[in-house]
Ligand binder design. Sequence first.
Ligand code: FMN
Length: 424
Amino acid sequence: MATFAGTPTLNDQRGDMRHRDNSMIRSETYSRPAQLATEDVPKPALSSIISVHDFEDVARQSFSEKAFAFYSSAATDLVSHNADLMCQRKLLLRPKVLRNVKDVTTKRSILGSDSSAPFFFSPAAMATLAHEEGELAVARACGNEGIIQMVSSNASYPLADIVHAGKPGQPFFLQLYVNSDRSKTEDLLLSAEKLGIKAILLTVDAPVPGKREADERIAAGNVSAAISGAVATNDKRGGGLGRGMGKYIDSTLCWEDLAWIKRVSGLPLVLKGIQTASDARKAVKFGAEGILLSNHGGRSLDTTQPAMMTLLELHKCAPEVFAHLEVYVDGGFTRGTDILKAIALGATAVGIGRPWLYALTYGQEGVEHLCDILKDELIISMKLSGITDVDEAHPGMVNTAGLEPLVRDGEDHPWIRWQPKARL
Ligand SMILES: Cc1cc2nc3c(=O)[nH]c(=O)nc-3n(C[C@H](O)[C@H](O)[C@H](O)COP(=O)(O)O)c2cc1C
């Protein structure tokens, strides 16, 4: 076990960390098709669910094996996914006592849209695998809870249906994968603007899908995404839904294309998947209004660093970016304390991914319950830390020493001077 005094590593804090996923070579595929949401499976009463982890346990039992593999899986050896979770535990809170903490507010403005708490739902594909009402149920829950839903380009329902399921004026962001047929992306952007979408969240860390073996090992079944029109199929590499549905993504996309997306949509642009301080600087230069620091929940390039480390890297190497755009983080956020630490370290808001998919096994009510759990944990954490408003959270509240030796302080390697002949 690492000690807090010793040189930290990210993967040694819990004995049960998986060094690869639990999937194994099997010749058969499953009889329960991936498309089937699992209304029929008995579940514990929602009132007995008191943490994000409880939702995951129920989802593991109640989803089809394919759905759970798709949602829970991460790339190759799960290093980044485990690191996301570990990272939160390396950051320690430093509470102040004897303050009047009776009344607390968790409200935040996220790119000008009101949110009842400093978290939002990160985009995730194919919510009907969890519940037949999928993203519609999430939209209703977000409307009731005052939370922003980031709708995936690979959502199960059409964008208009999702927006109309919400309340009038309810804020939504649209996550974008640019289609190799760019006219399709232009059509989507124009419809997003007409539907009152508040911002475009362009995913930049997945020009190709990551290799998620648990997902690959189970046949894809008949799954298609409504917004992108993508259909997943099986081939010699496996049955990965993520890979199958990502085939339309334009891997030629580059910085110069951002102006086109901004011009066509007329909407603020957030880049999702920024992982270095130098790319954060570029995001400012190319006119992004926000960046979501993310390693895609460990699902894209394995062994990338967690967003919280990138957040620290930004403070160290490119502190000026915080003055120019909003900074969000996601990956491995399961507790109110995790959210509080990110806000204290300068994030405007935190993205929640897998937990909302797991909560969706209970439909709209489950997603509302998840919001309540996270808000409740955040409020308790704020009160126990001695603050009453999220705007009061500041870096001094967090002991970051457990991560500091791992945070890079520049673009170049600190001491290797060798350079390749060609360098971008
Ligand atoms: C099942 C699943 C599907 C996802 N689909 C998308 C997607 O369509 N677009 C995208 O940008 N990110 C996608 N993500 C990544 C999430 O937006 C987010 O970055 C990640 O889930 C955060 O990590 P967490 O699950 O540990 O909270 C997906 C994640 C999961 C788990």
